[in-house]
Design a protein around this ligand. Sequence first.
Ligand code: GDP
Ligand code: PEP
Ligand code: MN
Length: 617
Amino acid sequence: MTTDIGSTPTESAQTSSASSNPPTTHEGIRSWVEQVAELTQPDRVHWCTGDDAEWEQLTQQLVDSGTFTRLNPEKKPNSFLAQSDPTDVARVEDRTFICSVDERDAGPTNNWMDPGEMKALMTELYRGCMRGRTMYVVPFVMGHLEAEKPMFGVEITDSAYVVVSMRVMARMGSSVLRRMEETDAGFVPALHSVGMPLEPGQADVSWPCNDTKYIVQFPEERAIWSYGSGYGGNALLGKKCYALRIASVMARDEGWLAEHMLILKLTSPQGVVKYVAAAFPSACGKTNLAMLAPTVPGWKVETLGDDIAWMRIGDDGRLYAVNPEFGFFGVAPGTNQDTNPNAMKTIDIGNSVFTNVALTDDGDIWWEGLENEPAHARSWKGDDWTPDSDELSSHPNSRYCTPIKQCPILAPEYDDPKGVPIDAILFGGRRKTTIPLVTEARDWAHGTFMGATLSSETTAAATGAVGVVRRDPMAMLPFIGYNAGDYFNHWIKMGKEHDAAKLPRIFYVNWFRRDEDGGFLWPGFGENSRVLKWVVERIDGQAEATETPVGHVPTPASLDTEGLDMTDEQLEAALRVDVEEWKAEIPQITEWFEKFGDDLPTVLWTELDGLKARLGD
Ligand SMILES: Nc1nc2c(ncn2[C@@H]2O[C@H](COP(=O)(O)OP(=O)(O)O)[C@@H](O)[C@H]2O)c(=O)[nH]1
Ligand SMILES: C=C(OP(=O)(O)O)C(=O)O
Ligand SMILES: [Mn+2]
C-alpha cells in the first residue's frame, strides 16, 4: 500500500502495507496507523496536509461521488451542501459509551460497557471495514499549537466529509504533525469509520453509514472509537468526543474545566471589558448568544467561541478560558439576518459545508426561518419542495460548518493561547415555565447547584423525543466523560480551592419561557444583550435585584427595557419566581440527586435543603 501525501488519493496504488512509507518520524503515530490499517484493510492511506490543494481535491472528489453539491460560487464561494442519510442526522446518545475500567466511574448518566468487551466487539466491526475506501490520517490540535501544552489528537477516518469538516473545525495537517514529531508528543488516538466497506465492483452511496453505531470513549486510555455514523457530533472526534468527554476527564485529573460553553467579550459604552462563558444544551442558543448583535446602544459583543470552553486558573487566580475549536458547527434553521446577522456574514464569505439544508434553484442554500423563502427548492431529503409542502425543507438539526476566522466580530484575543479571564458564567436551558429570565447565584456553591440541577427540553440535536424536560447538568449531560457525581464534586472543589472573589459569578438564564398562548415571553436574540448588561452591572455592584428563594432576580426597573416592545405584565411574567412552580421542581431535583447516591457532594443536598426552606415547604 502506498501512502500519498497531497496526491489525489484515487490515483495512488493499493496493495502492500500502510507503513511502507509513512510520512512521519513519530513512532507512536506510525505504529498506530499501521495497526489500524492492518485491521480495517483500506485500499489506500492518505496523510492529510490540510493545505488548499487537498481541500480542492477532496471537495471535488465528494462532488464527483455525489456526497457534495457545489453551491453557486456567486452566492456561497467554495461552499458545499451535503445531504446525509435520513437516519444519520444527529448525535446518538443511546449509542454513546464511557468505557471506564470501573463501571462506577462512568456514573449513572452514561452508558457503560467493560472496555475489554467493547474493544472485542468493535474490533470485529472494524475488521475490514475500510475495504474499498481510503483511510485518512488527520493530525490535529485542539486549542492553540502555541499553547503551553498543546492538546494533540490524530483522527483516522474513512470519510472525506469528515476530513473536510475537520479542516474547518480544528487546526490540523502538516504543521501539527511536524510539531508532534519535534516534541514526540502524546496524542489522543481517535478512530472513526462510517462502517460501510465496499466490495470489488460495489457502487458507493452518497452518504455511507451503518445502522449499527457506537460512539465510545475510553477515559483512562484517552482514546476514542467511533463507528457507523458520519454526523458531526459523532464523527468529528476533536469536538464533543475529545474536547468535552475526554478533556473533562483530563480536566478532573489536572484541576481545570472542560465545558460546553460559548465565550464572548462584552464591552460597555464606557469601554469596560467583561468576558462571559455560557453553557446551554445543544440547540438552546449558544451560537446565537456568542455572536449576538446587541440592541442596547453602545454595547459591543465579540465572539471567542460558540460551543466549548477550556478553563484554567491563571497565575493571578482568575479563571481563563480558551476555545479549543477553529470553526462553528451551527444549527441552521432559525438563523437569519435578524436573529444572527454575524453568523450570516460568516457563512456568506464561503469556505463552508452545509449539511441537510435545502438547495435553491439558483444553487444557494435555504432553511426554515431564513429570509427570501424560495418558490421551489430541493429538500434535504432530495425531494421537490415548495412553501406548500407538508415536510420541512431542512432537517431541524441541519448545520453549517464554517471557519471561525470569517466571523466579523471575532475577538482578537481568540488567538491568545492564554485565553481570557471569565467574569461571569451563565447556565441556561429551554424551559416553558418556572425558570426566570435571569437569576444570580448567591455564591459558587449555589451556582454549582444551579448548574447541577439545570433542566431543559430535549431538542433535535440528539435522536429521540423532542420537547421533553430532562436534567442536563451544566448542559453537559451527554458530554461528561466520567461519574457526574464526581464532576459536581470537581466543580465544588474548584470553588473551595480558589479565591472566590476572583472566580466568575454564576447566573441562570432562560430565554424560552412562554405565555399562556404558547408564545415566547422574552424576544431573545439581540435583546439578550439587556440581560448581559444586567449581569455586568451586578458584577460591578450597580444593578438592583430582588432576593428570591431561588436567587437574585432583577427588579423590573433594573433591567434596561428602553425601546423594548414588551408590556410591564410580560416583563413581570418573564422575571416571576412562582413558588408553586418551584415547589413542583423539588421532587424532580430530589429524584435526580438520589441517582448519584453517596457520590453526590453533600453541599448540593445542603443547597437543596436551603431552597426548600426558602420556598416555605
Ligand atoms: N426564542 C429564542 N430562540 C433562540 C434564542 N437563541 C437561539 N434560539 C434558537 O435556538 C436554536 C438553536 O440555537 P443555537 O444558537 O444554534 O444553539 P446551540 O446549539 O446551543 O449553539 C435556533 O433555532 C435559534 O434560532 C433566543 O434567544 N430566543
Ligand atoms: C455540535 C453539536 O452540538 P451543539 O448543538 O451544542 O452545537 C452536536 O450536537 O453535534
Ligand atoms: Mn451551536
